[in-house]
Design a protein around this ligand. Structure first.
Ligand SMILES: Nc1ncnc2c1ncn2[C@@H]1O[C@H](COP(=O)(O)OP(=O)(O)O)[C@@H](O)[C@H]1O
Ligand SMILES: [Mg+2]
Length: 237
């Protein structure tokens, strides 16, 4: 269980004296063993909320707890050791490193072709086309996102934090991606998404907007709120 207690995050905007508040008064309890989707307006603070969960940004106020332990000051590496597995909205490229090497590093062991194939097919990629490719600019945005997701799966863990894993992914069956998420359901899976099909398999939805603190509720309770919200028109079906 992940708990955010009175979490806020502000940044100094350019030369401005005042802090720009991006998130304030966030109180959320994200349960284990289920899929929680984060959705809402562009610029509402979804990626910022993710970065706070990942440990890439530290809250400017409040505390974050994981299974009762205060992790507010733990960085991304410490959280990874604790069992957090992450995929960014904008994946990082590692020139000179092959897909095989990246997945082996992520899983912590030299993986055989069969295992690599499982990781890659979970994200709709054919292993033989990709294992020896470098993680460089020759990969398309969608391929890079899928390889990053495969590396989060290869790393494994108890908490998966995925920021718009569907972005740039359109040429392969969405069902496959959704099955991959459902396969992680005995973990905590937190996904930023605008996709209605992903929201439909989420147990809980966190709605993040400019004008109110993020709110978490069960899917059936939250879906009507999304429909009322102007975000509705932006959901991809
Ligand atoms: N480091 C930063 N400095 C200044 N503004 C930021 C910073 N990070 C995010 N923002 C702003 O905070 C708001 C929320 O950003 P973000 O969390 O990326 O939104 P979302 O992922 O919901 O689209 C946006 O207005 C964005 O421009
Ligand atoms: Mg974002």
């Amino acid at each position: 269980m992940i708990e955010l207690k009175n979490v806020s995050f502000g940044v100094k905007d350019g030369n401005a004296e005042e802090q720009k508040i991006i998130l304030s008064n966030v109180n959320l309890t994200v349960p284990d063993n289920c899929i929680t989707a984060i959705t809402g307006q562009n610029g509402g603070g979804k990626s910022t909320l993710m970065k706070l969960l990942m440990g890439i940004e530290k809250p400017t106020g409040g505390k974050i707890f994981y299974n009762g332990k205060d992790i507010t000051d733990m960085n991304v590496t410490e959280r990874a050791r604790m069992g957090f597995s992450i995929a960014f909205q904008q994946p990082v490229r590692f020139k000179g490193i092959t897909v095989k090497k990246l997945l082996s590093l992520a899983s912590g062991k030299e993986s055989d072709v069969g295992t690599l194939c499982n990781y890659l097919s979970a994200v709709g990629l054919c292993a033989k086309d990709y294992v020896n490719r470098e993680i460089d600019s020759t990969l398309s945005g969608g391929e890079l996102k899928r390889i990053e997701l495969a590396s989060a799966i290869a790393k494994g863990g108890d908490v998966f934090l995925l920021d718009e894993p569907e972005a740039g992914i359109d040429l392969w069956s969405f069902e496959e991606l959704i099955n991959t998420f459902l396969g992680l359901k005995d973990k905590s899976v937190i996904i930023v998404t605008h996709q209605k099909k992903i929201l439909d398999v989420a147990d809980n939805i966190i709605l993040v907007n400019h004008n109110a603190p993020p709110e978490l509720g069960e899917r059936e309770k939250m879906l009507p709120k999304l429909a009322e919200n102007e975000t509705c028109g932006r959901l991809k079906r």
